[in-house]
Design a binder for this molecule. Sequence first.
Ligand code: NDP
Ligand code: 8X3
Length: 250
Amino acid sequence: MKTALITGSTSGIGKSTAIRFAVEGFKLILCGRRSDRLEQLKSELSVETSVHILNFDVRNKIEVFEKIASLPEEFRQVDILVNNAGNAHGLDPIQDGNIEDWDAMLDINVKGLLYISKAIIPGMLERQAGHIINIGSTAGKEVYPNGNVYCASKYAVDAINQGMRIDLNGNGIRVGAVNPGLTETEFSDVRFKGDIDKAKKVYQGFKALQPEDIADIIHFVVTRPYHVNIADLTVMPTAQASSTLVNKKA
Ligand code: NDP
Ligand code: 8X3
């Protein structure tokens, strides 16, 4: 039975991936800051599989290493790392950008991903086996108006994904990115700082991807034969052609 560690498993893509993995019989390490949600998900998924929760902020590098070091023996072998935790904060022209938002996006989406990877990769190297899935975005393939720093953070994920694959080559570790387009999660609630009406409008007038769609793809990626590494996969709703072109019905 494989063990998967999923960052950002309290909502959206991470939560759906946890649910899918539980049904498929993976052991789970669920991570996030909202401990009530982690406890709730653990109690729901424990009927399907073994679940361990790690409650921490990926920005806190000391905590990241302490939490990974605290894993009990039966969860110590992380076979699959899903680097998913992240969000956009704000949607402003660069000249009006909020420095706290910039810090949050770079600290969480980029540095947090690096800290977790740094803590997990040594075990994978020791075992000469493992699979890292980095959740990028269409925003890491194409910059869109006012996306500036969020796009930069996802371009960085794209670069780190490539860099990991190059540097870990020859060690039996698979590395790949899944890059979703518009997916209906709490993403826009966070981007618009709790303005739910504004957030809802992002997904109105077309059928957005659902987090379960991305979980399905992540499950597909991790269940390929071991010699098959899906290096980079981009997925959009059918109504979306690019970051700025979405066929919305009024
Ligand atoms: P959600 O807001 O639903 O989920 C974000 C998750 O990240 C939550 O579980 C949250 O947990 C966690 N997270 C955020 N900040 C931190 C932090 N500082 N420390 C630990 N965990 C954190 O959004 P999505 O599911 O949509 O986002 C998941 C990933 O998918 C992100 O990397 C996002 O950039 C990417 N993505 C999303 C798309 C979309 O359209 N929705 C499209 C393309 C990519 P908690 O708050 O409990 O800590
Ligand atoms: C999330 C997709 O287009 O809202 O990464 O930036 S988008």
